[in-house]
Design a protein around this ligand. Structure first.
Ligand code: HPA
Length: 261
């Protein structure tokens, strides 16, 4: 069988982590790990772009059992905003209760520099897509209040404090990509209350809430967004700066799991 539940080998992770661009190294910190290629898990997307692996790791981080997805598919690869749905359904079926999402994002604030980490308080959907479009049934009218769980965010902030990492907080604007935003779009996102912009995470949060999972999310800020003085968003910069911020992200996550009840 190609479902995750049948491949757990007695492990019982309750939390799954999706690693964003250039954060793949965090998978190396998973102890006692078994790695399952996405190709062996039906419905898991085999990523096509560089900087994204395609493996699920089962093991321990900070002494707690986790499932780590190194690599995600993005809506811009196919136009399908629900591309992660089969994978999230499998996580749910395997007993996952909490989804920890990470991503690379551009900063909408000149003061939030590349290398910063930001916990998501909320998101704004600027992509004009929704992964639940086409689904039928009342369950799809999912509440998005407290979608980014405030208790989990508090625990993340506490973990950051212990590690002396300056974890910012803010609102993530989901942009479809794959082109970067125009400077005018960035000005709009600043006006409507955004703090950072990226091309993932929000659809996964919507799907996870639909499936009844709790969500906590952290961005690595890899660049200033288009049009901000000194900004030069590019995929190369995302990968380079993301890899640098990954060191702090790894420390943060290990502390978060160590202190998790
Ligand atoms: N815009 C959108 N997505 C991103 C950016 C950005 O500036 N940086 C990293 N991911």
């Amino acid at each position: 069988m190609n479902n995750l539940k049948s491949k757990l080998e007695g492990r019982q992770p309750k939390v799954a982590i999706i690693l964003g661009s250039a954060l793949g190294m965090i998978a190396d910190a998973v102890q006692d790990a078994i790695a399952i290629p996405y190709s062996e898990l039906s419905g898991f997307p085999v990523p096509k772009i560089s900087g994204h692996a395609g493996k699920l790791y089962l093991g321990k981080l900070g002494g707690k059992e986790v499932a780590v997805l190194a690599g995600r598919a993005h809506a811009y690869e196919s136009g399908n905003a629900a591309v992660m749905r089969p994978a999230l359904e499998q996580l749910k079926e395997a007993g996952i209760e909490t989804l920890l999402l990470t991503n690379a994002a551009g900063s909408l604030k000149a003061s939030m520099k590349p290398g910063s980490l930001m916990a998501l308080t909320d998101h704004i959907n600027c992509a004009g897509m929704n992964p639940l479009i086409g689904q039928h049934g009342d369950e799809n009218f999912v509440s998005m209040t407290n979608a980014y769980d405030s208790d989990l965010r508090k625990a993340m902030l506490a973990a950051a404090k212990k590690e002396k990492i300056a974890l910012k907080q803010g609102v993530y604007c989901w942009y479809s990509g794959p082109s970067f935003e125009t400077p005018a779009e960035i000005r709009m996102m600043q006006i409507i209350g955004g703090t950072a912009v990226g091309m993932s995470t929000a659809p996964e949060t919507i799907l996870a809430r639909r499936l009844g999972m709790k969500v906590v999310a952290v961005s690595t800020i890899t660049n200033l967004a288009a049009g901000i003085k000194g900004a030069s968003p590019s995929h190369e910069e995302t990968k380079r700066e993301g890899a640098k911020a990954a060191v702090n992200m790894q420390r943060l996550l290990i502390r978060f799991f160590k202190d998790m009840k």
